[in-house]
Design a protein around this ligand. Structure first.
Ligand code: ARG
Length: 458
């Protein structure tokens, strides 16, 4: 019996093991980087006289031919090869023969994959930065238009003090600006070339690592060959920064979902970024904002996944590290889509400014200012706070607001109140008087906006 299926069973297991081990399905994404790295590598080998000029020429032409054929759809990256490195090398040898077999001189797949992934990630860091810049541009344009658009500011999701739309958006400008700074920082730290580290201990060939690094636009070379093939810190840093971008997008999405709710109606999301319900005809749902909020989880997941993969790996390269790719690619794709869609949604979203201002007038957002008014008339702030507390209670019982009380009613609570109280607790005054750096007062805001413009254009 065993004979009947034994051989076949072993065969099946081997096939599964092959599939389990192979990475071509996802590392084919590194095709361009693999070719670029190989061209730089052979250029350096020829300069060092490890390869002849003819061999180099033949290899470079072969590699460019493969690149063109794949780009033009004449050659397909299928799963007959184990990974993208074998795919390129196999096709090179097929095309140019003997010289092709010299491509891998002084190189291991370990430093090769370390390079490819670094090149790919480096580009992604730049792309993310460009998308963040675009988002900041949209945020700033809204700020410039809305320095005097009033809305309630919240703490604990309870109305706290009035702010402006420019001020509220300004908080997000700061967040995404820091995200850009993180990109810059990561780029600077990661921009060193690992090629030449070999499998783990360098090579015996007289490679000019600095030259290869300069061909590939790196600031220099990595310093320890064992670290070079097994460092994925830069990727972890990038995933952490992407997670932070998502956290910011998710908070913003949450606010938009609240603002878009029937109760608030502060905003109108454009039809292009909302969807309807299959059963309830009246619905216009903020799906894009909800999905951005929802997809935050998978980006955090990628970070946790890679941190966990790396935590028990002895030096140097181990196959576990192949697991960096799928999660990282997924996170990169997700953040890209989220940034593009979110920016589009923001660009087209309309504000219902009257509703926002009306909401800011309700909920005693001027209570602090009423207390400050009394303090200005010599009442110690703690006493003023208590007086206005009583005032608020008085208003709640009568379903009214501070500014609607008569002077007689106000004076019954404190004789320090005068005619000028009405001006002092108006929405405009409450905001206009907040002029310290970072506050919503229009003058302070205009100054901040000026700085933001400069920051965005530099
Ligand atoms: N596919 C591998 C990875 O992504 C490439 C490096 C393979 N190196 C090796 N020694 N098997 O990590």
């Amino acid at each position: 019996m065993a004979q009947l299926w034994g051989g076949r069973f072993t065969g099946e297991t081997d096939r599964l093991a092959y599939r389990f081990n192979a990475s071509i399905n996802f590392d084919k994404r590194l095709f361009h980087q693999d070719i670029e790295g190989s061209i730089a590598h052979v250029t350096m080998l020829a300069k060092q006289r490890i390869l002849t000029e003819e061999e180099k020429e033949s290899i470079v032409q072969g590699l460019q031919g493969i690149l063109e054929d794949v780009n033009h759809g004449k050659l397909e990256i299928d799963d007959t090869c184990e990974d993208i490195h074998s795919f390129v090398e196999t096709h090179l040898i097929e095309r140019i023969g003997e010289a092709g077999k010299k491509l891998h001189t002084g190189r291991s797949r370990n430093d090769q994959v370390a390079l490819d992934m670094r090149l790919y990630t480096r580009q992604q860091v730049q792309n993310t930065d460009a998308l963040l810049k675009e988002l900041l541009g949209v945020i700033l344009a809204v700020m410039e238009e809305n320095v005097e658009t009033y809305m309630p500011g919240f703490t604990h999701l309870q109305k706290a003090q009035p702010v402006t739309l420019a001020h509220h958006y300004g908080a997000y400008f700061e967040m995404f600006r820091r995200d850009r700074q993180r990109m810059e920082d990561i780029y600077r730290r990661m921009n060193y070339c690992p090629l030449g580290a070999g499998a783990l201990a360098g090579t015996t060939y007289p490679l000019d690592r600095e030259y290869t690094a300069s061909l590939l636009g790196f600031a220099g070379v990595t310093q320890n060959s064992m670290d070079s093939v097994s460092d994925r810190d830069y990727l972890i840093e990038f995933l952490a920064a992407l997670s932070t971008v998502m956290m910011h997008l998710s908070r913003f999405s949450e606010e938009i979902i609240i603002w878009n709710s029937n109760e608030y109606q502060f905003v109108e999301i454009d039809d292009a970024y909302s969807t309807g319900s299959s059963i309830m005809p009246q619905k216009k749902n903020p799906d894009i904002a909800e999905l951005v909020r929802g997809k935050t989880g998978r980006v955090y997941g990628a970070l946790m996944s890679l941190l966990t993969t790396m935590k028990g790996i002895p030096l140097a390269y181990n196959k576990d590290m192949q697991e960096d790719k799928e999660v990282a690619f997924d996170a990169m794709d997700t953040v890209k889509d989220c940034l593009v869609l979110f920016t589009g949604m923001l660009r087209t979203m309309k504000f219902r400014k009257e509703r926002m201002a009306a909401s800011a007038m309700k909920g005693f957002t001027n209570a602090t200012d009423a207390a400050d008014y009394l303090a200005g008339k010599g009442v110690p702030f703690r006493d003023a706070h208590a007086i206005v507390g009583r005032l608020v209670l008085y208003c709640i019982e009568r379903e009214t607001s501070i500014d609607k009380l008569s002077l007689k009613e106000l004076k019954e609570i404190s004789d320090k109140f005068d005619e000028d109280i009405y001006m002092a607790v108006s929405l405009e005054t409450c905001v206009a008087k907040r002029l310290t750096t970072g506050a919503p007062g229009p003058e302070a805001m205009r100054e901040a906006i000026k700085q933001y413009r400069i920051c965005l254009e530099s």
